[in-house]
Design a protein around this ligand. Structure first.
Ligand code: GLC
Length: 532
């Protein structure tokens, strides 16, 4: 591993959802040896770090986001030795390893919660959020679980309720208790000692709730057919001020292992609130995930406005980052369609800031409809039929034309994507115009041209249906023009014209551009401009 401590600024993160990446033992669920065997895909793709969704022992009520032991590996994924092997294999290929860290809650089977639940007098009682019933004998207040129903579950033995932002199998830890904080910081140390390069910190915006347990107010914009948890505004259960001390404590632990260790925070928040997660004087996350491309309307004016607003809001020295999808959100190829998904890939990989790619997006995977009898996601089970389930974005990667797409020799835990015999990693690797080839070309260009990885913006604007931005680094300049419509477009080129480095069609490299840039429908171009 090189000692470039700022690797995450010019690098690209790739998210692996291990259950669906590669199975090595035929049980239909991906695992660590499988992932290790596929690392060359990531090297060939050109990413710099792999973020691995949780692989710790878990009853799998929320597929690993319900951790019952933070310092071991679930047998379905392998062993600690397999994790050590993965870290070594990744480092040997110049790839960093980022683990998922789930501080907000544990599994209800975690020994801490078993102890906590055992009696009101147990020393671990206060490690979770216990409260007496409300005046009517029901839950202490109106807070709702993200996954449906009350956020409080009554424990018959003690008559008290415990709080869970997610499933009742995922009781929230009480971070106001110093013992919790110390124990959870030790978890970071455990993995840092084993050589991991950082963490993606799960659900950080939920870490604290209002100590006075005030009700959340109703959400006037809630509509039937959307998540029932959104009936209330989460003013008392999310983004509470104490969270920043806890993040700073995590950051101090990471920094103690050297400046190259990366902390990424998962917080779905408006831009102004998100910026606080960089911390005072950048003492918080290196990268608070920026999910705004997922929710912003897909048109040039809206995306230009987003980029400008986000850039303007960054704290001094704060490094930007961008995300198109993850294991919780509808796939970009389904949200935008396959043609615009190529434009989106060019956007993600040419914006200023660290990109994160979700596994499968590099081959343009779409959401896969899941028949009711194969539903796995507890959210879909709790709140069925309104499209909240996340199984469609979690199906296995189709690697090749083999019987189970090269993913497993057994029965995959979720269905394989339709068409996997024709459309898979191997087939796309052999097709010079495929989505995979586009990702490889974009990542190679980003590596070769510091103006893309490190440059600032000269301008970001919408020209009709075209999003245009100019990047500059020292004297180097590049222009990115993205046709976000299905109609051909023409825009004026900067004086002096330029030369096309890459088209989303992968067929115009080297073409000179004069006074006018002509874009085909759904085409994006990266154009090298004469030095300033
Ligand atoms: C995060 C994860 C999601 C999980 C939830 C609870 O949002 O990304 O998959 O269900 O936290 O841990």
């Amino acid at each position: 591993m090189d000692d470039d401590t700022r690797w995450w600024r010019h690098g690209t993160v790739y998210q692996v959802y291990p259950r669906s990446f590669q199975d090595s033992d035929g049980d239909g669920v991906g695992d660590l040896p499988g992932l290790a065997a596929r690392l060359d895909h990531l090297v060939r793709l050109g990413v710099d770090a792999v973020w691995v969704s949780p692989v710790y022992p878990s009853p799998m009520a929320d597929f690993g986001y319900d951790v019952s032991d933070h310092t071991d590996i679930d047998p379905v994924f392998g062993t600690l030795a397999d994790m050590d092997g993965l870290i070594a294999a990744a480092h040997g290929r110049g790839l960093r390893v980022i683990l998922d860290y789930v501080p907000n809650h544990t599994s209800d089977r975690h020994p801490w919660f078993r102890a906590s639940r055992s009696s009101r007098a147990d020393p671990r009682r206060d490690w979770y959020v216990w409260r007496d019933p409300g005046p009517d004998g029901g839950p202490p207040n109106n807070w709702l679980s993200e996954f449906g129903g009350s956020a409080w579950t009554r424990d018959e033995a003690s008559g008290q309720y415990y709080y869970h932002a997610y499933l009742k199998e995922q009781p929230d830890l009480n971070w106001r208790n110093p013992g919790v904080r110390d124990a959870m910081l030790d978890v970071l140390r455990f993995w840092l000692e084993r050589g991991v390069d950082g963490f993606r910190v799960d659900a950080i915006h939920h870490l604290f709730e209002d100590e006075g347990l005030r009700d959340n107010p109703p959400n006037p914009d809630w509509r039937p057919g959307t998540s029932p948890a959104r009936r209330l505004l989460r003013t008392r259960t999310m983004d509470q001020p104490e969270v920043h001390d806890a993040i700073a404590a995590m950051r101090r632990v990471a920094d103690a292992y050297g400046p190259g260790r990366l902390l990424i925070g998962e917080a779905y928040l408006p831009i102004d609130r998100l910026m606080a997660y960089y911390g005072a004087d950048l003492s918080g996350f290196h990268l608070p995930f920026n999910f705004h491309l997922i929710s912003t309307p897909w048109n040039a004016a809206a995306v230009a406005a987003l980029v400008r607003a986000y850039e303007a809001a960054l704290p001094p020295g704060g490094w930007p980052n961008w995300v198109l999808g993850n294991h919780d959100r509808s796939r970009v190829a389904s949200r935008l369609g396959p043609a615009q998904a190529r434009v989106a890939a060019m956007l993600l990989l040419t914006l200023r800031g660290t990109p994160t790619i979700y596994q499968g997006d590099e081959i343009g995977m779409a959401d896969v409809p899941i028949p009711p009898e194969r539903v796995q996601d507890p959210w879909e089970r709790n709140v069925p039929g309104i499209g909240l389930g996340r199984d469609p974005v979690r199906v296995p990667i189709p690697w090749d034309a083999g019987p189970k797409a090269g993913f497993t020799t057994g029965e995959p835990w979720l269905p394989l994507p339709p068409g996997h015999r024709e459309d898979n990693v191997e087939a796309q690797g052999a097709d010079p115009r495929s989505m995979l080839s586009l990702h490889r070309a974009l990542l190679a260009l980003r590596r070769a041209e510091p103006v893309l990885a490190a440059g600032g913006y000269d301008r970001v604007e919408a020209l009709g249906g075209v999003l245009a931005f100019e990047r500059r680094h020292a004297r180097a300049r590049a222009l990115v023009v993205l046709n976000m419509t299905g109609m051909p477009q023409a825009v004026a080129a900067p004086p002096g014209g330029g030369r096309i480095w890459l088209s989303t069609g992968l067929d115009r490299g080297g073409e000179m551009v004069g006074e006018t840039v002509r874009l085909r429908a759904d085409e994006g171009l990266v154009i090298g401009l004469p030095p300033a």
